[in-house]
Every structure is written in C-alpha cells, then in structure tokens.
Design a protein around this ligand. Structure first.
Ligand code: ADP
Length: 419
C-alpha cells in the first residue's frame, strides 16, 4: 500500500522536484491545483468552465506568497487541450510554468479504475488503454479523464503522470458487499458489480478522523458520509472500505443533489413500458432531474433550508426524504460494522449544514449517537467533534481535500523523498 503524504512531515531535499499539479478533468470543465509537497501548501488553483461553449471562463488564483486577486479569462475555449494550455499560460505568468524543473509529476483524478486499479498508478500506454476499456462502465467520466491525461502528456511528455482512482479505496469490499444478486454469468460478462466512488475523499477523511480521535486507524470502525452535490456513505473498518453506497455508477445509494440514489430497478422498465421513455431519457431523469432538484426544484441545501424555514412544504418533503435515506445508511452500516467508533460528515453539505447533521443523528441515541447543539453550530474549516462527551460513538465533521490526497498519493509514488 502506498503511504500517502497527506499529513505529517515530509522532508524533500531542496534541489529535488517538489511540486505536483493535480488535474480533475470533467466533461466540460478542468479544475487544477499546483501544490508544493514540502509543506503541502497550495501555490495556485484554477478552474476552466463551459469548455466548448462561447461563454467559457478560466478563473486562476495565485496563492503563493500571500496570494493575489483571482484573474479571469472569458470567451470560447474550444476543447480540453486549449483549456490546459490556457491554464499552463496562467501558471507560467506567475512563474509556476509546467516547464519548471521543480514540477515532479501531474496527478490525475480518474473516476473509474475497475477492479484492476487498487492503487495510484503511473500512467503508461497500457494503463491508458485499460482506463479506455472501462469507458462502457463510466461513460460520463472516464472519457474526459482520458482527454485530460493525453493533453497533459502532450504538454510534458517527459514528466511522470499518475492516475488516482475514485474507485480504488473501495476495492477492498468483500464480494458479499460488492456483488449484486443477479445472474452471475451476466454480471461477470458485463463487469456489473458495485465499485463505489468518492474513494479519494473517503480515504482522506478516514485517515484524518483517526488523527482527530488520536487512535490508530487499524482499530477504528467508521461510517463516513460524503455529502456534496453527489453523496455517498462508506463503512470503513481498520482503514479499509467494507461497504459503500454507490454502485456500478454513482447513481446508487443516498439522495443527492440531482440523482435519485436507491430506487426499485423496476421503476426503469415501468417508465419504458408505461411512459414510453427511452433508456437515455431515464438516464437523464435519474441522474440529472431527480434527488433534491427533482423533489423540490433546488439542489443547494442552503436554499432548501431557507425554504423549509419559510414553511415551504415541497422543500420540507425533500429534506425529510434526504434525511430518511441518510439514517437508513447509518443504521445499515452500523450493523455491517458491528461496532462504530465515529460517524463522520464531510463535503459541501456535511461540512456546512448543521441542520442536516442534527436531523440525521436525531433519534439514534440507542445506537450511541448524539449531537451537541452548540458544537454542531460552530463553523470551522478544521476537523472537529460535535458529539457530547457522554456519547458512546463520536460524531465528527472532517473537511475533505481530494486534491491534497491526489497530490500526496502522486508524490508518494514518484517523488524522491529524502528522509
Ligand atoms: P461537489 O464536489 O459534489 O460538487 P461539494 O462537496 O462542493 O459538491 O458540495 C456542494 C453542495 O454543498 C452544494 O450543492 C450545497 O448543497 C452544499 N453547501 C455548500 N455550502 C453550504 C452551506 N453553507 N450550507 C449548506 N449547504 C452547503
């Protein structure tokens, strides 16, 4: 197992390359961060949005040396290659160009690594071909990741490029959790099984939680709730994932911003037969028009809470359904783990929404869970406990940092660490 340089001290000889560029290439966006792995600080961050449209926008912020105001470029950025070149120009303008000898590697977020990629992996032609082979199980994500990798390779062919997979952390799931109960030959022929996603976040947050609790992660059983626009829960025993709520695709599990999460699979054939919908239309319905947005028209939890406080019934129903599903997974994973040391909230909603945390834990006293109202109300970017002293199980808020985790795993693989 590669030891990520997420925390602790890292000694890198000053003359060795020590920067890592992290790239997260989506279908119409590229997010990037340049980190200095000597102190894990962020030197610059940026986002290219609406690639391929007339209204593309690049926002770049220099953070090194106290930082600077964000810079913006607007106007059409045709494709990922142009996006990455524009980002590279912005970095160069800050003296952080990709041609710098200080750059050690580029770390790419890759959504689907199938069963083969259980660790961060240096990208070779063969590795790239395998990521391409996984496109049928990740049609929305892997193609954009592949484009990002090819473009970065063209810009710096000599530099190590590392793939860090969203699925990797979940490859430790036992078959009993990973398999669907469907015809086994059909499942195997089409690689249908539960892979899970958000693994980089679940891995990072599990490790940070062990630090917060001051206990070795080998001893801990955790329920981690990653609640962003996409949302997933995982059961983590001894630092290894034993179950997670997302499946073959990120559609399964919790109620999300625009995704339904768990439904009876028969809903899909019912819609085909009764409503005459095509597979593609149902795909869009369940992935883009369902979840919170489908229930009440909003997917931002701040807006939903504002509406609930004003007495809006649709928003209240959406909130209740969201919380009900969360509770089910907390209960299910408590049973899967047998004993829980902490329930941990992370990502946009988990880190920021005190009402979601309060409602999700309310009534779970029999499971040893409780939230202290004052601690829950604290706003902070630091990992923290929100359970009262008497509670048998800790409840924690631990901010996630997927980019730092990707950079740490990338650098651990290729960096020349001088200990
Ligand atoms: P993703 O990476 O999946 O796009 P994030 O983890 O950034 O998502 O989470 C985004 C979501 O977090 C928003 O859609 C919103 O619902 C929620 N969120 C962000 N800030 C707050 C806040 N202050 N209070 C409640 N919810 C918030």
């Amino acid at each position: 197992m590669t030891t990520p340089i997420g925390e602790g001290t890292t000694t890198v000889a000053p003359e060795l390359p020590h920067r890592v560029l992290v790239l997260n290439s989506g279908s119409s966006s590229v997010k990037y961060q340049l980190l200095d792995m000597r102190d894990r600080s962020r030197l610059a961050v940026g986002l290219v949005e609406r690639i391929g449209e007339e209204t593309s926008r690049l926002t770049h912020t220099l953070l090194e040396g106290g930082g600077a105001e964000p810079r913006e470029r607007t106007g059409r950025i045709a494709d990922h290659e142009e996006a990455l070149k524009a980002a590279a120009e912005e970095l160069a303008a800050d003296g952080l160009g990709l041609d710098s000898p200080e750059l050690a590697a580029i770390g790419h977020r890759v959504v689907h690594g199938g069963l083969r990629f259980t660790e961060p992996t240096v990208i070779t032609d063969e590795v790239l071909a395998e990521i391409e082979r996984l496109v049928p199980v990740a049609p929305l994500h892997n193609p954009a990741n592949i484009t990002g990798i090819r473009t970065a390779q063209a810009l710096r062919p000599d530099l190590p490029q590392v793939a860090v997979f969203d699925t990797a952390f979940h490859t430790t799931m036992p078959e009993s959790a990973a398999r669907y109960a469907i015809d086994i030959e059909t499942a195997d022929a089409h690689r249908i099984r539960r892979y899970g996603f958000h693994g980089t976040s679940h891995a990072y947050v599990s490790r940070r939680t062990a630090e917060l609790l001051g206990r070795p992660r080998e001893e801990l059983s955790l329920v981690v709730l990653h609640l962003g626009n996409g949302a997933s829960a995982s059961a983590v025993a001894g630092g290894r994932c034993v179950d997670t709520s997302m499946g073959l695709t990120p559609l399964e599990g919790l109620v999300m911003g625009t995704r339904s999460g768990d439904i009876d699979p028969a809903v899909t054939f019912h819609l085909m037969r009764v409503a005459g919908m095509s597979a593609d239309e149902i795909d869009v319905l369940l992935n883009k028009k369902s979840g919170l947005v489908g229930l009440c028209g909003d997917n931002d939890m701040r807006e939903i809470r504002r509406r609930v406080d004003e007495g809006d019934e649709r928003a209240a129903l959406a909130f209740d359904i969201y919380i009900h599903r969360l509770k089910k997974y907390i209960g299910a994973y408590s049973a899967v783990l047998g004993r829980v040391d902490a329930v941990v909230f992370t990502a946009g909603v988990g880190e920021n929404s005190a009402p979601v945390r309060e409602a999700a834990i309310a009534g779970l006293e029999e499971l040893g869970l409780a939230v202290d109202a004052d601690l829950n109300a604290v706003r902070s970017g630091e990992p923290r406990l929100i359970s009262p002293n008497y509670a048998r199980v800790a409840v924690a808020v631990v901010p996630t940092d997927e980019e730092l985790e990707i950079a740490g795993q990338t650098f651990a693989l290729v960096g020349q660490v001088d200990n």
